[in-house]
Design a protein around this ligand. Structure first.
Ligand code: ADP
Length: 422
């Protein structure tokens, strides 16, 4: 199947979020972890490549994104989407602008749009200024982000030092007039040589108008929300034929394992709720450092996976600090991530068909240990967290990968129920 839209995301959870929103259309969406090393095969209508380049040096990010673009072009795509965070996480150097400009150059296109708005999640843009809920970006908690502190709310001003070509705006007053007005304004800006155009959006309807106006652009950039209407728009315009395969879920074995390496506030609540309803085992980094994983592996092998057991490192901040003080931050993380990855492999060997993982870094460690390079996107458990399917040890398995604060208190139960109901 030839790819209609090729997407490049600057981190893994951002890629999952985008893939989940595209999959709401029912079309097949495939997520690749890193640029595939093999030639495109069995490609989906919507392909998303997850990179890890948000805070990489600019040259590294640009090179990786160009490699991803090349692979997506070979899979047949002629339209592309550069996905970054809805809080425009970047520094003065990049990487949002430099990557967009390099992709434009490679595609020979003179203009792209920037629309990180996600009104459902409280991210809106008005007169080029990004708001997080009711706060301007620069007054939101993002002002203190350790890697990408956002100290200005104006997207044009943020973008200017990152690019070489002129920056402009299509404001809300134009968006409110509809797709034709947005298209006309973009064309006028292009005539004047404006290559980088921030587009206002404060509501879901705005995103639909913008996606409609930009549907034939070789490159769009933004958060995941502005891409969500694209499958329906492509179907309407005939770009996506009606016989394009819809998403089909494989059958997976019933046994499940829940692995939690996240200590975020929401995950702590989710673990607390789940220990009441399923067998659970707590991984203690201080014990692991001395005794290794034998006890945890023995506990796992004594469990029936039909009872959906939980193994967790999740702990309160004071316990995390105590472990980190004794072992060092990196050593503690490394021990736990590798233990959880080893337990995932053991659970699959034991017959598990469903694996739920909490924690962004932990998810990375688990997918690496399972040697997963490609995931098909399935039903959405919570906003931004879909079930995914992959082939592992010669059979299909389902993976739910959740970072930090995503999902409701009942997330683990919700995830398993969702798969049973689908
Ligand atoms: P999140 O998505 O919530 O940020 P991550 O998996 O990305 O979760 O990061 C959590 C990190 O904390 C992991 O490296 C994990 O191994 C580590 N960790 C988990 N539990 C503990 C603990 N009890 N003590 C020390 N570090 C921990």
């Amino acid at each position: 199947m030839s790819t209609i839209l090729g997407c490049i995301a600057d981190d893994f959870t951002g890629a999952t979020d985008l893939a989940g929103l595209l999959a709401r259309s029912g079309r097949r969406v495939s997520l690749r972890i890193g640029v595939p090393t093999t030639e495109p095969a069995d490609t989906a209508a919507f392909e998303v490549i997850a990179l890890k380049c948000r805070t990489a040096p600019v040259e590294v990010a640009v090179a990786e994104c160009l490699e991803a673009l090349d692979w997506l072009q070979r899979s047949g795509a002629s339209r592309f989407f550069w996905k970054y965070c809805s809080t425009f996480d970047s520094t003065e150097k990049g990487n949002i602008g430099p990557v967009a400009e390099s992709l434009m150059q490679a595609l020979g296109t003179k203009q792209t749009i920037y629309c990180p708005a996600f009104p459902e999640n409280g991210r809106s843009i008005f007169m080029g200024n990004l708001f997080v809920g009711q706060q301007p970006l620069a007054e939101s908690p993002m002002k203190d982000h350790p890697l990408t502190p956002m100290r200005d709310s104006n997207l044009m001003r943020l973008l200017e030092p990152q690019v070489t070509m002129p920056v402009g705006l299509v404001d809300r007053l134009t968006v409110a007039k509809g797709a034709a007005a947005v298209r006309e304004k973009l064309d006028a800006l292009e005539q004047q040589g404006t290559a980088h155009v921030v587009v206002d959006a404060v509501a879901n309807d705005d995103l639909h108008i913008i996606a409609q106006a930009c549907r034939d652009m070789p490159l769009m950039t933004g958060g995941s929300a502005v891409a969500m209407p694209l499958p329906a728009i492509y179907a309407e315009s005939g770009a996506l034929s009606t016989d394009t395969p819809v998403n089909q879920m494989p059958t997976v074995a019933a046994g499940a394992i829940v692995l939690s390496g996240s200590c975020s506030q929401m995950t702590r609540k989710q673990v607390a709720a789940y220990v009441d309803i399923a067998p659970s085992y707590r991984l203690d980094p201080l014990v692991l450092a001395v005794e290794g994983t034998a006890d945890a592996l023995a506990w796992l092998s004594a469990q029936s996976l039909e009872s959906n057991p939980l193994i967790y490192a999740t702990a309160e901040p004071c316990d995390v600090r105590a472990a980190q003080d004794t072992l060092g931050v990196e050593k503690a993380s490394e021990l736990l991530e590798s233990a959880l990855a080893q337990l995932a492999v053991a659970a699959i060997e034991q017959g598990a068909g469903r694996v739920v993982v909490a924690g962004g870094e932990t998810s990375g460690a688990v997918t690496q240990a399972l040697d997963v390079e490609q995931l098909d996107i399935g039903p959405e458990i919570a906003p931004g967290v879909p079930w995914t399917f992959c082939c592992c040890a010669d059979r299909d398995i389902a993976l739910a990968l959740k970072s930090g604060n995503f999902g409701a208190v009942s997330f683990f139960e919700d995830a398993l129920k969702k798969l049973n109901d689908s």
